[in-house]
Design a protein around this ligand. Structure first.
Ligand code: NI
Length: 224
């Protein structure tokens, strides 16, 4: 399941991120890539001061905490520190899967869900689409500044070459309470139905049954 979240970041948050990034240092992205990914990775990543990183992480985690779609679709348990990546003309990230285990030693966690948050409007750069291979074919994603997309970390994906302008994104990897992407998709759709019923027919017996089923499926499938 690939879910687009429009307006994940507010304009004020985008401005703050821009302000921090404009004073920060970017380094070769190969430094954080695993062996296989190193061969196809050609971008730059933020190497921020601890204070800058702390502020950026606070903005992103607060956006995640306040976004109902994110919470419902991801069921977030733990996450690594996000990365900020920059692509200038000629830069690209070839086909790869994201590392299965992330985090510093001792705080390792599994990456279940990958998230790309777009920080530049699509008409300010050429190319740079996120291309995700799904069971229904290739999806090309290039969203407005502040919008985000989530997809299973297990899916093969790439970033098309940027041919003009600058692509700037934030990336996050999250371990979900529910490991299996098919189970997460089912819970997400059931939660949408449940929210609708709670808003329109809160007192119906059916609403209670759907609510109970959602809660008990989540209990059945969640690991902590
Ligand atoms: Ni990736």
């Amino acid at each position: 399941m690939l879910v687009e979240i429009e307006g994940f970041l507010q304009q004020a948050q985008l401005n703050k991120i821009d302000e921090v990034l404009s004073q920060a240092n970017f380094v070769d992205g190969k430094l954080t890539a695993g062996k296989a990914a190193q061969r196809v990775k050609n971008n730059q990543e933020l190497n921020g001061e601890p204070k800058q990183m702390e502020l950026l992480i606070r903005i992103l985690t607060s956006a995640m905490a306040h976004n109902a779609t994110f919470r419902s679709a991801v069921l977030p348990y733990r996450m690594a520190d996000p990365i900020f990546a920059r692509y200038q003309p000629g830069m690209t990230y070839g086909k790869h899967v994201d590392d299965p285990l992330m985090g510093l030693s001792g705080q390792r966690f599994r990456s279940d869900v990958s998230m790309t948050i777009f920080l530049r409007d699509p008409d300010t750069y050429e190319g740079g689409e996120l291309v995700v291979r799904t069971t229904f074919g290739e999806k090309r994603v290039k969203l407005k500044a502040g919008s985000a997309v989530i997809y299973p970390s297990s899916s093969l994906h790439q970033v098309a070459e940027v041919s003009g302008g600058e692509r700037l994104v934030a990336l996050a990897w999250i371990q979900s309470y529910v490991r299996d992407p098919a189970q997460r998709e089912l819970l997400y759709e059931l939660d949408l139905a449940r929210e609708h019923l709670l808003a329109t027919a809160a007192d119906d017996e059916t609403t209670g049954l759907v609510d109970k089923s959602y809660a008990n499926l989540l209990r059945m499938w969640a690991d902590v």
